[in-house]
Design a protein around this ligand. Structure first.
Ligand SMILES: Cc1cc2nc3c(=O)[nH]c(=O)nc-3n(C[C@H](O)[C@H](O)[C@H](O)COP(=O)(O)OP(=O)(O)OC[C@H]3O[C@@H](n4cnc5c(N)ncnc54)[C@H](O)[C@@H]3O)c2cc1C
Length: 405
């Protein structure tokens, strides 16, 4: 590592420590205040029911520099480091009630953009990064298939080479976040399914190409305002410059995408857990039963303490993974632990928030139940909790269970 790069990494790692110790870090607070004031949509309940995206919210976020936060200045972004971006996403998660919009933004910043920035050729970077930075285009990441989920490299989407060094893509990808809105796809395909991870290549694919069909928006339990669909590739012709990285390097591209980013995607959810706790504390002080605030019942106050414990543990794990990542040290185990902790903690605390609010927690009009529906996806996307535990077990020297990634 060059001296300049070392200094930058160390600065970012010490910022992770500052972030960890300071729940009210100014970067986070600034974003939370902005999102609380500006990312407010009176039609959220109606859109949540109808599974409708919020384009105006996307544009507001772009105006605030959210999409471009980590993209290099040379490509039109702000060039922020990973810890600054995590703090911003924590703030967004705290302040924006539309978790679907925040998830859509998270997938751009933590999945799409880093891969193009790290593996893209100069021409691919110039073509996509400035427009991803200003929010004028959106991307989607296509790896899962109907029969290939955790077993990622069992994929059957194939590519063949053409005589003029191009490629032809055929196959079907499932559960693709942002597919109905996307202008560009990152698609993982194999030259031969029998080759497993060794056959896989990543392609940057313009969504407007002939042969691409995007399925209907699939309604889901939570994150309903994030569009989500299957994508079919039927003899899609790609030029030689559509390979991301090199032919056959898809497994390496995928593990880079998954090393730490699978945990970073949850930063916003950790911010939402803090907002959820603040709301539960406030409610427990005003709601009275048996002539006293329910906060005075030990059962209730201990539940609030458990929510605080889960939130703080999740932050600890997240910024530890971020510090290791910033220092260029192995972060896969720390990220897997952070993902398990943050995703499962959010589910447990969402149940506790419902219980604390009683029937008001369960009926839709107060928005408390929406948190549980939104966070449940976190134990599945980016590798299920079981798959994360497999990673941790493998790091402990346990036999590799199955062919999980
Ligand atoms: C909200 C959301 C957004 C998503 N966005 C995208 C996206 O943008 N792009 C994309 O490509 N995909 C996306 N996905 C798909 C996601 O990556 C997969 O759902 C996930 O990898 C799990 O695959 P699966 O659903 O096929 O479940 P399966 O792999 O069939 O798993 C079913 C069960 O078996 C368990 N299991 C499987 N293998 C093992 C093993 N080796 N050891 C222990 N347990 C195991 C799992 O933990 C789970 O409990 C998204 C999913 C969700 C819910």
């Amino acid at each position: 590592m060059s001296d300049a790069r070392t200094t930058q990494s160390e600065a970012s790692a010490s910022m992770a420590l500052a972030a960890l110790c300071d729940l009210h870090h100014p970067v986070k607070v600034e974003m939370a205040e902005w999102a609380t004031a500006k990312l407010v949509d009176p039609d959220l309940d109606e859109r949540d029911t109808a599974c409708r995206f919020w384009p105006e919210g996307w544009e507001l976020a772009a105006g605030q520099g959210v999409q471009g936060t980590m993209i290099a200045r040379a490509h039109g972004g702000s060039g922020n480091d990973v810890v600054t971006a995590l703090l911003q996403f924590e703030g967004l998660g705290y302040g924006c009630a539309d978790a679907g919009l925040v998830f859509a933004l998270s997938t751009q910043v933590w999945t799409m953009q880093p891969l193009i920035a790290q593996f893209g050729t100069e021409s691919q970077q110039q073509r996509y990064l400035p427009r991803l930075a200003d929010g004028s285009i959106k991307g989607a990441f296509c790896i899962t298939e109907t029969d290939s989920g955790s077993d990622t490299f069992a994929m059957t989407t194939t590519f063949t080479r053409t005589d003029d060094d191009g490629f032809v893509l055929n196959g079907h990808k499932a559960y693709v976040t942002m597919a109905p809105e996307a202008d560009v796809f990152l698609v993982f395909a194999t030259s031969d399914p029998k080759l497993g991870q060794w056959g896989v290549t990543t392609f940057v694919v313009d969504a407007a190409l002939d042969g691409i069909a995007i399925g209907p928006n699939r309604p889901k339990m939570g994150l309903r305002t994030t569009p989500f669909a299957d994508v079919t590739f039927d003899n899609v012709e790609l030029g030689p410059d559509s390979v991301l990285g090199s032919v056959g390097s898809g497994a390496a591209v995928f593990s880079t995408a998954m090393e730490a980013e699978r945990a970073f995607v949850l930063a916003a959810q950790i911010g939402a857990m803090e907002r959820q706790l603040d709301e539960a504390v406030a409610y427990s002080r005003t709601r009275r039963q048996f002539g006293q605030p329910i906060a005075d019942f030990q059962a209730v106050s201990h539940r609030l303490a458990d929510m605080k414990l889960r939130h703080d543990n999740s932050r600890l794990q997240l910024y530890r993974a971020a510090a290791l990542f910033a220092l260029g040290r192995p972060s896969m185990e720390a990220a897997a632990l952070a993902k398990i902790q943050a995703s499962e903690a959010a589910v447990a605390s969402s149940v506790d928030a419902i219980l604390t609010h009683g029937a008001r927690g369960y009926v839709s009009e107060f928005g408390v139940e929406r948190d549980l529906r939104n966070v449940a996806g976190g134990i599945v996307y980016g590798g299920t909790s079981d798959v994360q535990r497999n990673i941790v077990a493998r790091m402990l020297g346990q036999r590799r269970p199955g062919r999980d990634t």
